[in-house]
Design a protein around this ligand. Sequence first.
Ligand SMILES: Nc1ncnc2c1ncn2[C@@H]1O[C@H](COP(=O)(O)OP(=O)(O)OP(=O)(O)O)[C@@H](O)[C@H]1O
Length: 267
Amino acid sequence: MNDISLTHLSSNRSLTGDGGAAIAVRDVGKAFQGRVVLERISCDVPKGQFVVLLGPSGCGKSTLFRCLTRLIEPDSGTVTMHGTEVTSLRPAALKALRREVGFVFQQFNLVKRFSAIDNVLAARLATMPLWQVLLRRFSEQDRQLALACLDSVGLIDQAYQRAERLSGGQQQRVAIARAFAQQAELILADEPISSLDPESSENVLQILQRAARERGFTVLCSLHQVDLAVRFADRIIALRRGRLFFDGPATAFTSDLREELYRAQRA
Ligand SMILES: Nc1ncnc2c1ncn2[C@@H]1O[C@H](COP(=O)(O)OP(=O)(O)OP(=O)(O)O)[C@@H](O)[C@H]1O
């Protein structure tokens, strides 16, 4: 891999880590038709860490996830990302902020008939002038970056394969490579392994973990698999019935707490 690609593979922030929060959530509340789904949630996602959001089905994970970039509008509270208060942004600024976030979805959201590299290059469209977009004229530098991103998820040999011919795990890795190519500081991965087999799941989580540890990305990822969360995450945020249940290092999320989190749901 050449120098250009290596340079561009890190997120824009310093790898030394300056502490502080990439995302600060303060007193966020949300109700649907009068039913409270999130109750005054406050938590931080520290810069450069791999943070997993956990909790039983229906506890409000997706709602909180979507409130972060206002795909769902919170009723109250504030969300701040890298010092910008997301909750007070006007539509154009909000749109620009969303472009600074690498989203990874459960269903990959790839263009199936495009090759892996073209899907990754799609991340560069927002930075290109319209005429280049229309002609799909990507610069050599963008192509090198896309190849480097595919290489970093172990898919360099599949770069010109159509997305629809790749396995689910491979497609999710292309989606992660696309988020890398965006050079966003923050990756939000909403249940990225829920449709993958165990081996592919571990592979994807390893890639996200390395993105934080070795490249300085901040990664927030919602999961259902507690064991994998404890194994891979630096930090865990757990919700129970719309309230914050746990927010701390993964090593402090004991088996008793795990039991309690899910017992509460059954009660
Ligand atoms: N648009 C909506 N309108 C009404 N109720 C909603 C809406 N979105 C979510 N809910 C409700 O809010 C609660 C929390 O849903 P949410 O999807 O955030 O939970 P979750 O923890 O992500 O669940 P899962 O793990 O099953 O995906 C659920 O009871 C759900 O039915």
